[in-house]
Design a protein around this ligand. Structure first.
Ligand SMILES: *Cc1c(COP(=O)(O)O)cnc(C)c1O
Length: 365
């Protein structure tokens, strides 16, 4: 038995063990081909089956209606930050960006490079270090706006939209760190995108889900080919060589997710994990101090909290490691502890962390 740790890294992050074991079993001889899936032509039937299954599983798990296209691209969320304005901010179209954290700011800055003054801030909690999300009355969405961009889960700060911003404009949403954490109604979303390396698979694959009417707005013919969403949609994400192995792992992860009951079962696990972890933090409020100020905004994927001193924080990280738990050091600009509890982190994993935290308070509190 290999020695697997409990992985709380923020990204790339842990993957479900059965998805990795399946890859191990299939590695040298995929589907009787005598080759690994990395060594097969992306036009061959063996790879095609994986590609189609991955796309179909995204559709099935998320319950996507027929008027959405699913794309599997490269370049991470970062390339999507640029592709979105390059494709959509044409003919004087305007957009409002909701600033709720480090990644939302990056998306906004990239859009600004393309759209200039047509890219506006629709709300921001920067003045409060992004320790909460904007409240209902704080949004200023232009009536002339073509879409509203937001980040559903703020990976660095640990906030997460449970209810989405209220607007009649289509959403464009960076869901890199909480895609498929629960079922939700996609109908208000024009584009959903996510780098795979948190909840879906390895880095190198970007999932982009795009509604047909928004795809129709991507008419620009003067962009380099790879940057055009429409071309990828027409070619079923096989315009050029796709990240075949990454898509194969994504297939394994999604097939596993389906086998355990789909997003409803995953949501139940995630809520339980959040209850356990925040429960422990709140119980020891004199010792653990959460970064997020509004309980309703707390993320079920990234849990940021502080200990009384830097020295205790270092000890916490070191002792956790001795107890087989890695990736707990906070993001450099925030400090403290960040426990990332993506879908692959089990309820039992979080129970182990919580027991460790209880012990830690007893010894040091
Ligand atoms: C990790 C992350 C990114 C960066 O993704 P890349 O794939 O590295 O470009 C962007 N947005 C959010 C919300 C993230 O969590």
């Amino acid at each position: 038995m290999t020695n697997r740790v409990i992985n709380f890294y923020a990204g790339p992050a842990g993957l479900p063990l059965p998805a990795l074991e399946r890859a191990k079993e299939e590695l040298l001889d995929f589907a009787g081909s005598g080759m690994s899936v990395m060594e097969i032509s992306h036009r061959a039937k063996e790879y095609d089956a994986v590609h189609e299954e991955a796309l179909a599983l995204v559709r099935e798990l998320m319950g996507l209606p027929a008027n959405y296209k699913v794309l599997l691209l490269q370049g991470g969320a970062h390339l999507a930050f640029g592709m979105i304005p390059l494709n959509l901010l044409r003919g004087g179209r305007k957009a409002d960006y909701i600033l709720t954290g480090n990644w939302a700011e990056k998306a906004y800055k990239e859009a600004k490079l393309v759209g200039g003054e047509n890219v506006r801030v629709g709300a921001s909690t920067k003045d409060e270090k992004y320790a909460r999300l904007p409240k209902a009355g704080e949004y200023k969405i232009g009536t002339d706006s073509s879409f509203v961009h937001f980040t559903s889960n703020n990976t660095v700060e640990g906030t997460q939209f449970k209810a989405f911003p209220k607007t009649d404009k289509p959403y464009i949403c960076d869901m890199s760190s909480d895609i498929m954490w629960r079922p939700f109604d996609v109908s208000n979303f024009g584009i959903i995108y996510a780098g795979a390396q948190k909840n879906l698979g390895p880095s190198g694959v970007t999932l982009v889900i795009i509604r047909d009417d928004v795809l129709e707005m991507c008419e620009a013919q003067d962009l380099p080919s790879y940057l055009r969403f429409k071309l990828h949609a027409e070619k079923n994400s096989l315009y050029n060589t796709p990240p075949c192995f990454g898509i194969y792992i994504l297939r394994n992860v999604l097939a596993y997710n389906k086998s355990i009951g789909g997003l409803k079962a995953i949501e139940a696990n995630n809520l339980k994990k959040g209850e356990l972890l925040y429960g422990c933090i709140d119980k020891h409020a004199g010792f653990f101090k959460p970064f997020v100020t509004e309980k309703a905004d707390r993320s079920m994927m990234n849990v940021d909290f502080f200990l009384p001193t830097e020295a205790l924080t270092d000890t916490f990280v070191k002792e956790a490691k001795k107890n087989n738990m890695v990736g707990l050091k906070g993001y450099r600009d925030v400090g403290g502890i960040r426990a990332s509890t993506y879908n692959a982190v089990t309820v039992d994993n979080v129970k182990t962390l919580v027991s460790f935290m209880e012990e830690f308070v007893k010894k040091n509190g």
